[in-house]
Design a protein around this ligand. Sequence first.
Ligand code: BEZ
Ligand code: FE
Length: 295
Amino acid sequence: MRIESDRRPPSTAPDDITAAVVASFEGCRDARLRELMQSLVRHLHAFAVETRLTEPEWAEAVRVLTATGHITDEVRQEFVLWSDSLGLSMLVDALANPKSAGATESTVLGPFHVPGAPLREYGESMIGEPAGTPALVHGRVLDVDGDPIARAELDVWQNGENRLYAVQDADAPEDHLRGRYLSRDDGTYAFVGVRPRPYTIPSDGPVGRMLEATARHPWRPAHIHLIVTAPGFEKLTTHIFDAESTYLDSDAVFAVKPSLLRRFVRAADDAQRPEGIDGEWYIVENDIVLDRASV
Ligand code: BEZ
Ligand code: FE
């Protein structure tokens, strides 16, 4: 029996498969969703064609995605780790957060931020147990014209000597090396943490296996995380990188920006010694410049 021409199934030549799948989204009323799905299909199909993707390779990719789902829970986010380790997080960040000249640059959030850190006093220590050499981090929160921003909130978290964040370390006090600080009327802020250490991104799952199979390493250079917010200004998610750290040139998640490097200077001045800190300590100066929120 002859099939009427308008009821013929679509051709299964590679280009025609792509065209048929793209066309299947034409009825989507949400224009942005339609654009995202059609572009995703075009790029996925082009990837398969370009690499001549084989059936065993695609089956392996499905196993990797399944393992990614299985290892992901409230605390462990392996999908974000894929995004980070493939540079997609930094690419999305670059597209979403173009900064004015002089504004502090943003970088990845990472998986270890836990909201609700304790609000601490100006200059207060967030060291909950011995964790390495103390560091006084201080500076001003400013707008792009150089005027101080009062009562900006700095949400800070970092690791210490054992290379772990408190959320990863069952033995550490919950609020160890994390805290929220407010800038004063003149924009100044200060907190006491420790000199951070380089560490590996979680590498006991699918992302770790990818890094090993492709001869990449899982290390991040030493850094302190900050989220800075103030009414009327863009939220800033950033790091302070230790300018002398290893791995600055090969961060596993591509998140180093030269403008975010700071020196941890061995402190000589006992007059500024933070309360309760004995022995060697460091001082780090770091001004933060926020972009005004667009209206
Ligand atoms: C972090 O800096 O905490 C981080 C960022 C991306 C992946 C893993 C960890
Ligand atoms: Fe980190």
